[in-house]
Ligand binder design. Structure first.
Ligand code: ADP
Ligand code: MG
Length: 292
C-alpha cells in the first residue's frame, strides 16, 4: 500500500476575475521510502498539490471540488484541524523554496528551532529524550540539544554556537540546511520539499540534494520533491509524476519514464532538457550557441 495516495483531487481558486479550476483531478501515489519527484512547468499545480497534502491551502480563496487524499490510510480531506496540526511537523514535514520567507529574521535560529522542538515534545517527549514529567528547564535544555545535533547532521559546523545566530548571518545554502533540520525535528515520515534548491547556486544545490537523498536513505523517510527541473529529478528521485495544467499526465519509475516517456507533454519536457544540456557534435554546437 502507498504511504500517500491522492485520487481525483480537484481544487478551484478564486481571484478577481472569477473562479478557476487549478487542480483538475490529480492522481498521485507515493510508496514508502520513495523519493517521488513532481515535475512540471510553473503554474501546473505542483505547489498547490503539495500544500493540499498538509491542508495548507486557505479556503477561501481555495475550494475543493472533489477527490481524496489518504496518508497512511487516514483520510486527510475530512480530518479535523486539530488532527492536521498533529500531523504537520510530526508525520508530514515541509520545506519550501525560499528560506528567507520561512525563517523569521527577527529571531535567533535557536529560538525558532527550540520552539518547534518543544511543541513536538508536548505530544512525544521521547523525541527530545525527556520524560513527560521533566521540568521546564530540562525540556528546554533537551530541546536545544536536539536542535544542535540536527544542525550538525545537516552540515552546519560549530552548531552549538551558531544556533544562536540570526538567520541573515547564514548564506542561502546554510539557511536551507537549517530549514531541512527544522523539518526533521519531529521525525516526519513524509517530507514534502517544494523547489527547495531552486534559489541556490548550482554547486550549493548539488550539496543540498546530496544531503536530502542521504537523509531519505538513512532515516526511514519518504519524500515528495517538487521541482520544475527534470535534471534534478533524474539525479535524485526514484519515481516521478509529471504535471501539466493541473493534472498528473504520467507517472512511474524514474528511469522508465525518463527513458521511455509515453505522454506527449513528458516528451516535450524531456526534449527541452536534451537540447539545452546534452553535448552535441561540434557542427550543431555553434548553431545552438547562436540561438541561445
Ligand atoms: N492564491 C491563489 N489564488 C489564485 N490562483 C492561484 C493561487 N495560488 C496559485 N494559483 C494558480 O494556481 C495555478 C497553480 O499554481 P501552483 O500550484 O503554485 O503552480 P506551480 O507550483 O506548479 O508553479 C497557477 O495557475 C496559479 O496562478
Ligand atoms: Mg510552485
Amino acid at each position: 500500500m502507498s504511504l500517500l495516495e491522492i485520487n481525483g483531487l480537484r481544487l478551484a481558486m478564486r481571484s478577481f476575475d472569477g473562479e478557476t479550476e487549478v487542480l483538475n483531478g490529480v492522481d498521485l501515489a507515493v510508496g514508502e521510502n520513495a523519493i517521488a519527484g513532481v515535475v512540471g512547468e510553473t503554474g501546473s499545480g505542483k505547489s498547490l498539490t503539495g500544500l493540499s497534502i498538509s491542508r495548507l491551502v486557505p479556503t477561501p480563496p481555495g475550494r475543493y471540488l472533489g477527490g481524496t487524499i489518504r496518508f497512511d490510510g487516514q483520510d486527510l480531506m475530512t480530518a479535523s484541524e486539530e488532527e492536521m496540526r498533529r500531523l504537520r511537523g510530526r508525520q508530514i514535514g515541509m520545506i519550501f523554496q525560499d528560506p528567507t520567507t520561512n525563517l523569521n529574521p527577527a529571531f535567533r535560529i535557536s529560538t525558532q528551532m527550540v520552539d518547534i522542538a518543544l511543541n513536538v515534545a508536548k505530544s512525544d517527549p521521547e523525541l527530545i529524550g525527556i520524560q513527560a514529567r521533566s521540568s521546564r528547564r530540562a525540556r528546554r535544555v533537551a530541546a536545544r540539544q536536539r536542535c544542535v545535533d540536527l544542525l550538525g547532521q545537516v552540515g552546519i559546523s560549530d552548531p552549538d554556537t551558531r544556533i544562536d545566530a540570526y538567520p541573515h548571518t547564514f548564506s542561502g545554502g546554510m539557511r536551507q540546511r537549517v530549514l531541512i533540520a527544522m523539518a526533521l525535528i519531529g521525525q516526519p515520515r513524509l517530507l514534502i520539499a517544494d523547489e527547495p534548491t531552486t534559489a541556490l547556486d548550482v554547486s550549493v544545490q548539488a550539496q543540498v540534494l546530496e544531503l536530502m537523498s542521504s537523509f531519505v536513505r538513512e532515516r526511514d523517510l519518504t519524500m515528495i520533491f517538487i521541482t520544475h527541473n527534470i535534471g534534478v529529478v533524474a539525479q535524485l528521485c526514484t519515481d516521478v509524476s509529471v504535471m501539466n495544467a493541473g493534472r498528473v499526465v504520467e507517472s512511474g519509475d524514474v528511469r522508465k519514464v525518463l527513458k521511455n516517456p509515453e505522454d506527449s507533454y513528458t516528451k516535450e519536457l524531456l526534449s527541452a532538457v536534451m537540447t539545452r544540456d546534452t553535448p552535441r557534435p561540434a557542427r550543431n554546437r555553434a548553431a545552438a550557441g547562436a540561438v541561445a
